[in-house]
Design a binder for this molecule. Sequence first.
Ligand code: GAL
Length: 409
Amino acid sequence: MHAFLNRRRLLALVSASAAILAAGLAASASAGNGHSGFRPGGASITSQPWGTAPGGQPVSLYTLTSGRGMTVTITNYGGIVQSIDVPDRNGQAANVALGFSSLAGYVADDTTTTASGETYFGAIIGRYANRIANGEFTLNGTTYTLPQNNGTNTLHGGPDSWNMQVWAATPISGRHSVSLQLTYTDPAGTNGFPGTVTAKVVYTLTQDDALQIDYTATTTAPTVINLTNHTYFNLAGEASGDVYNQELMINADSYTPINANLIPTGVIAPVAGTPFDFRTPKPIGQDINNADPSMVYAHGYDQNWVLNRSGPGLSLAATAYDPVSGRVLTTYTTEPGVQLYSGNFLVGDLVGTSGHTYRQSDGFTLETQHYPDSPNEPSFPSTVLNPGTPFNSTTIYQFSTADQFPTGP
Ligand code: GAL
């Protein structure tokens, strides 16, 4: 019943999204760094200067509004989703995304060493999201060596990766949505990866409060690719405390257990009887202290779930619900996996958007992606990108409100 209702809702959503995107692309327009705005049927996008990146490039902050109460700010530094304001069940908006109040906060996160480590708050992660073991992989008989920036692993594309680049930005105005198109070209050899990759990421905010992310990438030579967005959500509001009482359902019967380096062992294991069983909604904190080895190694949730799907295309990944505010986040994706990370490394040394520090479990990510270390696990879905065959991926973060955990429309 639950699955059936969600499928009906999803089909309606997917066809609406396709129409929205078609309308948006037909009516595309571009703007520079000054103030600019569009108001198509309620949705709007404006921009303002937001400082200068370490390389000297000007950076902008774009404000997308749905016309129904939702506002998202995105900067073209790292393609970072800086804030997501969403109404609660009484219409009171709060920012449900962790982040920093200024560009300097993000630059410091990327360039200075703190006990919390690099958070990647809200950023586009590429060209390989998550970990590659021992900083190396072999493709078509050649072994590529990458810089190790996470113990012996290469994490989130390695140092100075896509989350730190200034992306070319084009606002797009549609009839029922607004979009921000971001493009970046990653030269061959950067961080040891072969092939020049040209990436396009389009953030679309729809009039029904969905934040859709469309990723496209092409390469000049065979390489590996894994793209995601690294927003930390707290449905009660950023800096409102931990998310332990927020409820989560993950549409996955299995997950990929990890070793002490947080690298998948290669086994696809059932979630049944483990803390990774979110098939029925439960509070995120319910099993957070479970002594399963994958929990101990990661200090909480920081694993990959193998999503249930009946074929290719968009399908339900997860639903999160905050019983206090009534906010609901439903995630759909074309990707085969999702990484739930409970902010385990946040230790209270970073001052967030509203001037409060962030501590462990003050937010959770739902990083839709291919499985970690896929380039070294032939049994996992392939992350190889070849010339002539573009990479395409879509994730939708749909916001709504409810009086109880939603089981259907
Ligand atoms: C996550 C990763 C965590 C941690 C975090 C950034 O995607 O799985 O282990 O590195 O990013 O602090």
